[in-house]
Every structure is written in C-alpha cells, then in structure tokens.
Design a protein around this ligand. Structure first.
Ligand code: SF4
Length: 105
C-alpha cells in the first residue's frame, strides 16, 4: 500500500508533486516538449519573462502535480507558453496586460 507522503518526497526515483517537467529527473519527455515549444510560431508565444513568471506561479500553486495542472490537465510548460491560454484558476498575473492584477476578461 502506498504511503500518502510517497509523492511528497523528491528523492531520486520518486515523483515530485511540486515540480515542473523541466525539474524532474529523466528529462527526455521534457526535452521533447521543449523542442515542440521551440518550433511553435513565435507570434503564438508569450515573451520569455512572461513565460517564466507564469511558471513561477505554477510552481507555487497547489494545483501543480508532476508538471501538470490538476484543474485543466495540461502540462503547464506548454500551457504557459501560449498567448491565448489562461490559467484555469484565473490567475490574473498570468496575463501580461494585467500586471497590476486586474480582473481577467
Ligand atoms: S495553470 Fe493556474 S491553476 Fe494550473 S498549476 Fe498553473 S497557476 Fe495553478
């Protein structure tokens, strides 16, 4: 039977609940995702600083689990890079036009 703290331990061989894919051991899947993101049309993507700010919010979010958002089921590294995407929790800081934390339309 699995201990309830199994996923909370980030030691090698264990799954880190609060990690982005890029932070997990055995990064082959992330490298594939990263290559896919690199090939996306730059007009579709947010600026690098916006991307990192979004991912920082995901890292601090209780809904991040194994690189995936528990609300929408997306890998956050892919969701966060797209201009058209929002945070399903409606995190105002995800939106560059809402630097002040205003209401998201
Ligand atoms: S997309 Fe939003 S709700 Fe999902 S993990 Fe990131 S900050 Fe949390």
């Amino acid at each position: 039977m699995m201990n309830k703290d199994f996923f909370a331990d980030a030691s090698p061989g264990r799954v880190c609940r609060k990690c982005l894919l890029r932070d997990m051991p055995g990064q082959a899947y992330f490298e594939s995702l990263e290559n896919y993101i690199e090939r996306l049309d730059s007009d579709l993507k947010v600026a690098p600083d916006v991307y990192e700010r979004r991912l920082g919010l995901c890292r601090d979010c209780d809904n991040l689990m194994e690189g995936m958002c528990r609300i929408c089921g997306c890998f956050v590294e892919l969701r966060a890079v797209m201009k058209k995407n929002g945070c399903p929790k409606v995190h105002p800081e995800w939106y560059p036009e809402n630097e002040s934390g205003g209401q998201v339309p």
